[in-house]
Design a protein around this ligand. Structure first.
Ligand code: MG
Length: 266
């Protein structure tokens, strides 16, 4: 089974770990991929952590990884901007270090949209605005983003997840922050994380594989499975993470398994 694949795009939360604890069999699964010549890529909608911060969590979970094997929605957002605005442009953002680092590495001047900047000149000159998950964001920070989005007629949302699963339920996710900006500015976001198939295509280009040589593994039908189906890669749904009621609008994965422990055992 693994012989047909060169690349495996692996979701993190609910797939390899859950609530900060490793999911049983995940380290052995990643080793199995490597042993069979399949490049594992840690493929996450979370734009908050830098790749090296993701590696720290993986290593704490017993999963061997390097930062160049981490592909985040923040990097996809920065890549999308390179196709729209010149290098060196000022980009306003809300988000954490993962997004700031991705924007800077792509050659932009990344400025955190703080409420105190509302009347500063650079806000009128920013060439783009990006919303990434940021638990410390304020009303006025989002006001800065909203004004830029309204002026430009577009803004970037690193992922549109409405909710963020937690041990005791959920918290509002990045899509909910984006909904505020969308409502107030009256403009639609460019969404760069899963389920946007361009995030998968960005990874294929970056790691040098075709859609037919790639498998995506994840627990969320609305992000992981949909992204895989849209991009035409083989899709494995794992039941170790968030559960959703059956929804006829979500395309079926190629395979459903309990957890990564069950994948590529033969
Ligand atoms: Mg997940």
């Amino acid at each position: 089974m693994t012989r047909r694949f060169k690349l495996a795009l692996l979701d993190l939360d609910g797939t390899l770990w859950r609530d900060g604890h490793v999911i049983q069999g995940a380290p052995e699964f990643v080793e199995r991929l490597r042993h069979n010549g399949v490049q594992p890529v840690f493929f996450t909608n979370n734009s908050s952590r830098t790749p090296s911060e993701v590696v720290d969590v993986l290593i704490r979970c017993g999963i061997a990884a390097q930062s160049n094997e981490v592909c985040t929605s923040a990097q996809a957002a920065a890549h999308a901007l390179t196709e729209r605005i010149p290098a060196g442009s000022t980009v306003a953002y809300v988000g954490k270090t993962g997004l700031e680092e991705a924007l800077m590495e792509a050659g932009f001047v990344a400025k955190r949209a703080q409420g105190t900047a509302l009347s500063e000149a650079w806000v009128n000159e920013a060439k783009a605005a990006v919303v990434g998950m940021d638990p410390l964001v304020t009303y006025l920070d989002l006001a800065v983003i909203t004004r830029i989005a309204h002026r430009l007629g577009w803004f970037v949302l690193t992922n549109s997840d409405a909710r963020y699963p937690t041990e005791d339920g959920f918290l509002p996710g990045n899509g909910s922050l984006g909904a505020l900006v969308e409502t107030a500015s009256g403009v639609q976001p460019v969404v760069t994380g899963k389920p946007d198939r361009r995030f998968v295509e960005f990874a294929l280009e970056r790691y040098g594989a075709t859609a037919r040589e790639t498998v995506i593994v994840g627990d969320n039908p609305y992000t992981d499975v949909l992204a895989g189906v849209e991009a035409g890669v083989y899709t494995i749904h794992v039941q170790s993470g968030v559960s959703f009621p059956d929804d006829q609008n979500v395309p079926a994965p190629d395979e459903t398994v309990e957890s990564v422990e069950k994948i590529f055992r033969q």
